[in-house]
Write a protein that binds this ligand. Structure first.
Ligand SMILES: [Zn+2]
Length: 164
């Protein structure tokens, strides 16, 4: 669901969303690392034989299997920790708004950028900024700014079909 954010609220709204995402990131970092680690480790166990084979060739036969297992575990943990960091960093810093044409009369978002309102047929001039609700806990922030979710315009084809 999209939320229209007026220009005058954009800076304060973005600050609040980023602040909340940052505090959630601290809370979720360890669980996400663990999930990445388990998925990575299972992936290696299931389909990682070529990687393990290449690694054992590079390191030579002198390296015992237990040492090889330790290397793989440490590498998977390191990659998981870095991956989780990059993933959470992306969530905090990514662009929050997307611009679309909007019909104020119908309070509808022209997601397909057709430029004509499929409800009232008015041409849509100019673009408005929208925030896409990805995480349920951000609903509180949206409400605290007095913003509300906006419907996408119905697809003109499906509208014609439903009229039959
Ligand atoms: Zn309209």
């Amino acid at each position: 669901m999209h939320v229209r954010v007026p220009d005058e609220l954009k800076a304060a709204f973005a600050r609040e969303i980023r602040r909340n995402r940052l505090s959630s990131s601290f809370r979720l970092y360890v669980p996400i690392v663990l999930i990445f680690f388990v998925v990575g480790y299972l992936g290696l166990a299931w389909k990682g034989h070529p990687i393990i084979y290449i690694l054992s060739k590079i390191l030579g036969d002198s390296v015992p299997e237990s040492r090889l297992l330790l290397y793989i575990t440490v590498s998977t943990a390191t990659i998981s920790a870095l991956g989780a960091l990059l993933f959470l960093r992306h969530l905090v810093t990514k662009e929050l708004f997307e611009d679309f044409p909007y019909c104020a009369r119908c309070d509808a978002l022209d997601y397909d950028e057709i430029g004509i309102c499929s409800c009232c047929r008015s041409p849509l001039i100019g673009r408005h900024s929208f925030f896409y609700l990805e995480f349920e806990d951000e609903r509180k922030t949206i409400e605290s700014f007095g913003l509300k979710e906006i419907e996408k315009m119905p697809d003109p084809v499906s509208k014609e079909n439903s009229g039959k």
